[in-house]
Design a protein. Sequence first.
Length: 80
Amino acid sequence: MKWLKGIPYVVLIGGSVLMAVLPFSGESHLFEKLGMLMGGGLSKPVDIFDLLMHSSPMVLLAAKFILEQKSKKSAKDSEH
């Protein structure tokens, strides 16, 4: 996942915040789709795609953070 290392944290954080609150008027699509998922009403392909699209920056941010932590841990372990 070398391509993920090339994405700055500021871009991922900004994208995560932006996609979490869009649209700016009314309920955000992310929270609407999460509510549908919890209620069992997330069945239309367009709704599933919308959930994946709005949550993808947060998944990438989490993946980058976890991979960097693992990399730091393995580098630290190899020093000793």
